[in-house]
Design a protein around this ligand. Sequence first.
Ligand code: ATP
Length: 231
Amino acid sequence: MLKFKDLNAFYGTSHIIHDLNLEIREGEVFCIMGRNGVGKTTLLRSLLGIGVQTKGAIEFEGADISGDLTYQRARRGIGYVPQGREIVPGLSVLDNILLGCNARADGQTSVPPLVWTLFPFLKDHLHRRGTNLSGGQQQQLAIARALATDPSILVLDEPTEGIQPNIVEHIEEAIVSLNRDHGLTIILVEQKIRFARTAAHRFAILEKGQIAAAGDTADLSNELIHKHMGL
Ligand SMILES: Nc1ncnc2c1ncn2[C@@H]1O[C@H](COP(=O)(O)OP(=O)(O)OP(=O)(O)O)[C@@H](O)[C@H]1O
């Protein structure tokens, strides 16, 4: 479904991702792991075409999208939940979700029912400012906004980082359900080993912008985690 081929990524002269090759298969949850600063977010930003220069190919459903603008990648079906959520200040909850609808290729402007199924509480807050929600609710709103683009792949960057514990469980359940019950392919940057093991089918651990280890989640041993993540 998605292939990174000899991907290199740069911020100006800083070379962050080095000759990375990786394939994400349709229907799986793929977890990207690694210590702070190894390039996990940069890899996601390369996929979305946000603020990073790349060399090499990014093939999505057979087409090289590495020259596409971000909105074109969204229209192709790549949904993104960025680190820090990036809820638009000043916009209501509903308008934040509608931003996602506007990115759809099919011109549909209605919110997919799945959004309300997964996060029914949002209906009670539609006209509040998105940034007035709690951190955990904002994260759910960010996932809702990405789902409103009707993605075929959902990309989440540390979705439960800094979220209050009672909401973490809801978010984790929603992510698992999106894959298990709705067949969505998911790329997850995740530092929490427990959730990575629960949710992911396969994983890759990055070190210095390269893949240091990869495989089925069943092979994600404590030794590998200790060696490459220092945990
Ligand atoms: N906009 C930027 N300009 C220059 N360098 C950057 C920029 N964003 C990130 N970097 C650098 O790129 C490297 C990789 O950062 P990145 O955020 O991709 O790592 P990460 O693995 O996602 O880390 P974390 O777990 O802390 O989010 C780091 O050295 C970081 O300082």
